[in-house]
Ligand binder design. Structure first.
Ligand SMILES: Cc1cc2nc3c(=O)[nH]c(=O)nc-3n(C[C@H](O)[C@H](O)[C@H](O)COP(=O)(O)OP(=O)(O)OC[C@H]3O[C@@H](n4cnc5c(N)ncnc54)[C@H](O)[C@@H]3O)c2cc1C
Length: 321
């Protein structure tokens, strides 16, 4: 078997010197080792055949999505690896409104899933900062994001997945049943395994109803320690925050300089950005007021932030500058 008989389109196969530079590096490392070839399959069958080819030629395999990882996991390290880049397997296959699940191929971008879900009144919570990363990569890294405080990580939203194993066989892991306690939990073993156990080729994701309202507040504190204490206070209040993002003045100064804008609070050395969402706007306003009340002696500033329209379309990003 030859690679060219598996991947017949020239623009989906790069061998030896034809391999583009982007496949040899991430943000931190580059040119560690050469690549045997890069193949871009468009079906599970092609992925399975590529894995069989790698076995036949004794090649190591690297799975790759959008290549946003910064831990070197999608970059060759031994030399002569076969990179299987699944980002062209990028179809949203089926929204099942009865079970509130969405079946996608691994190359669909996180931001596209969020947008698709929201346009139909559903919500896909995992929101890693890299909106252009692939769902296959999100599953392989168990990506989280700011909303993980309330909604958890990618693991919590994978109902079933199709995986090509190292011998080229195709298996289905997981189940639609919430109580599924017999045998080993292989689905959860694969999630977060960075492509070391197999290549994900299809994923059935859990969707939630889209919350109707959200409100954010920026809080400033004299010290980092005050800010971390405030986070614990908020968690104990039972207000169920969607996001609690902590950042220091020193890091904010880089953004202020880069964007030529000033953070809305210039007080203190540390900040907490809090978001609360839900379907009862009065309840959300009440929860924000409770937090303000509890932290009135500890915070230097508590600034309610403009919401909804002014928020970026995805994630819990708000106008903090
Ligand atoms: C700006 C930025 C912000 C980020 N913010 C967050 C954040 O807030 N929270 C968070 O948790 N993470 C964050 N990340 C990390 C992010 O979650 C990962 O970079 C992303 O999930 C990887 O997806 P990818 O498609 O780019 O995968 P790649 O970078 O291509 O690959 C990453 C890993 O996944 C494996 N892989 C990819 N596709 C498959 C597949 N189909 N089957 C099996 N294995 C596969 C690869 O082998 C590799 O081990 C951030 C990254 C960036 C660059």
């Amino acid at each position: 078997m030859k690679l060219q008989t598996i991947i017949r389109d020239q623009d989906r196969l790069f061998i030896g010197d034809q391999v583009p530079e982007k496949y040899k590096s991430d943000h931190f490392i580059s040119d560690v080792a050469k690549v045997h070839a890069v193949a871009l399959p468009i079906s599970t069958e092609e992925v399975a055949e590529l894995v069989q080819y790698a076995n036949q030629e004794s090649l190591a395999i690297i799975a790759r999505g959008e290549g946003t990882g910064v831990a070197g996991a999608q970059v060759p390290i031994k030399g002569d690896e076969l990179i299987i880049d699944v980002h062209k397997m990028n179809r949203i296959l089926e929204l099942d409104e009865e079970t509130m699940t969405l079946i996608v191929e691994p190359g669909v971008k996180n931001g596209d899933i969020q947008e698709y879900a929201e346009s139909r009144g559903y919500f896909y919570p995992p929101d890693p900062g890299s909106k252009h990363s692939s769902i296959g990569g999100n599953v392989a890294t168990n990506a989280g994001g700011m909303r993980a405080v309330k909604y958890g990580t990618t693991r919590d939203y994978v109902r079933e997945m199709e995986v090509v194993l190292s011998d080229g066989s195709v298996v289905s892991l997981g189940s639609l049943n919430i109580k599924n306690s017999s045998g080993y939990d292989l689905k959860d073993l694969f999630i977060g395994s960075e492509g070391t156990l197999g290549i994900t080729t299809k994923i059935k994701l859990k969707m939630l109803p889209l919350p109707q309202y959200k409100q954010s507040a920026l809080m400033a504190f004299a010290t980092l320690s005050d800010a971390t204490d405030a986070v614990l206070t908020i968690l104990k209040l039972g207000v169920d925050p969607t996001a609690l993002e902590l950042f220091e003045r020193e890091t904010i100064e880089y953004s202020e300089k880069f964007m030529n804008l000033a953070l809305q609070s210039q007080k203190g050395q540390a900040y907490v950005l809090m978001t609360i969402d839900g379907n009862d706007n009065e309840a959300i306003i009440g929860k924000i007021a409770l937090v303000e009340d509890m932290l009135s002696n500890d915070a230097l500033d508590i600034i309610p932030l403009p919401n909804a329209e002014e928020e970026k379309r995805h994630g819990v990003y708000v106008t903090i500058f």
